[in-house]
Design a protein around this ligand. Sequence first.
Ligand code: NCD
Ligand code: ZN
Ligand code: ZN
Length: 431
Amino acid sequence: ETLDAAGLAILPGAIDVHVHFRDPGYDHKEDWESGTVAAAFGGVTTVFDMPNTVPTVDNPEALAQKHAIAASKAHVDYGLYAVLGESSLDHVETLADAGIIGFKLYMGNTFGRIASPSTGAMLELFEKVAPTGKRVSLHAETNSVMERRETALKAANRNAPLDHLASRPAVVAIEAVERAATLAEWTGARIHILHISSADELRPLADAKARGVDVTGETGPHYLMLGTDDYARFKGVIRVNPPVREASNQDPLWRALQSGLIDMVATDHAPHTPEEKQRENIWDVDCGFPGVETQMPLMLTAVAEGKLGFQDYVRVSSLAPARAFGLYPQKGVIAPGSDADFALVDLGAEWTLDDAQLHSRSRISPFDGRQVKGQVRHTIVRGRFIVRDGALVPDSKGTGRSVHAIQHMPEPRPLNRDKTLDAVTGKGEVL
Ligand code: NCD
Ligand code: ZN
Ligand code: ZN
């Protein structure tokens, strides 16, 4: 059977290093089937799933359980994160060997309420993780400040103005990025800064890169394309951690993507039900919204508008994530010998995003009604059609595979010896 690909652009499938598919534990919001179908319709051929599910993925049994579920339901390839925290301190090496793509460390509270380690505990965790070579993705926000504010706002005014949502001081993110980078420099751990939302976080990221820290960063379409002006229309729907900021942050974030300072685009696909997003009290609304299906059309629209080069989009959506997580050259590139993961896109197709058409179980998003240019027609994973002519291919359920088997991270870097007590006392003790 031949394929009429005339007029279509062929891209390496997108690799989204930050999705929440909620399975097991919250399958009324999403599961491995609905999440990976949404990914396939969005031209996303590999996803990395976050560990804030139930049970929390911080031990080998929970990981094995999620592996079994994902293997039976996934339509696209995937990697699984495990929590790096005090609860997993004794499992770090076991988890690293048990088939994860990387670790996730929560520096602040967010959906799922996973405890944040103290700075001392973080140091210990980074020392343990560094020899494994795995990258640690960080929710880099210390939000005790934010929680106190929200509690006060909730108590004082149940109908707090919506732009309070955006008012969390970016300083909590700046401080977290700086602290994580310092600990990574000290220990040789590799890190990835999740959901960069503000221009303020770019300076500590650039400083860390200049010092040689193995750090990558991501931002998402919502931080590039939405601003506080959108709050009035979308209300609780736009509520997300970290918050959508003032629109003045957008240009610096675009420039950072273009230059490579921010390495990649990831969606933080965080589905909740319409009911959970439309609660009357804004402070009771669950944070996050779906994004894995709309990233490619949104970003290609921005490419058409000249905000980012086409090749740069391929870099930030596929090549850079594959490199950062050790999947290149099998993923992230169209080349002989690589996996045949493709998105075939009609770059000229103009259409309107519509929540009702989303394949996620969470059909509610702040991109609803947006005009876009660029539509995924076919999605191919390892040479097999998953979406063909805009329709899901039968029997593609369960064909997705965990990518941990092909991951090869470079040799771990040695501990930064001049930052250890060794240099001070000559005794070889690590601070
Ligand atoms: C995420 C979720 O719902 O799991 N929510 C969000 O607002 N981004 C958690 C997270 O990524 O912090
Ligand atoms: Zn987060
Ligand atoms: Zn997230």
